[in-house]
Design a protein. Sequence first.
Length: 221
Amino acid sequence: MNKTAIILGASGLTGGILLQKLIDDSRYSTIKLFSRSRIEGLPNKVIQFIGNLLELEQFRKDFIGDEVYCCIGTTAKKTPDKNLYKKIDYGIPVSAAKLAKENDIPTFLVISAMGANRTSSIFYNRTKAEMEHDVLQQGIENTSILRPSLIGGERNEGRVLEKIGIMVFKILQPFFIGPLKKYRIINAESIAQAMLHLANNTSNTEVIIASNDIMKLANNN
């Protein structure tokens, strides 16, 4: 195969792991990164498009490929301004989905969050649910929305509260059984592996995948 993959959010934890998996995967001859800053030391199969992702439409003519992997996401600490937060966590994925539909890209995968709920009183959860809804409204042939629990992995940036939360969740892991399995910490490695599995085992469906099911997909490989 000589597939082309598009990644948004390759500088983040999950996106970075996914990028390396795609580089190592012989099915992909081209990987397009759309980001605001360049990643150094990448092989020739990776093409980087640098610019403001809040104006993703500027990349319309280059936004061509077989699959879109949207790993974009910020935090309330990094982006306290709610308007900017929504432009990132809602605006970028929805703009990417619109471009994918316009350019006949048949597969779109996006990372959401376990608590996504359009009627939630929590701004973060509402924003994720609104993003999911409007991504699905594009009617892309194969759309996968992943709802991970707390994501584990080594980040370059210091996120103290998140690290504390992960430590607490690790202690509680043995108690998350049965229907509570979806609350277990999930490693970014597993999310990236599940995305790759979904992209290469398409079935013309729109699916929302809970955290424990993401883990099952990752373990199938």
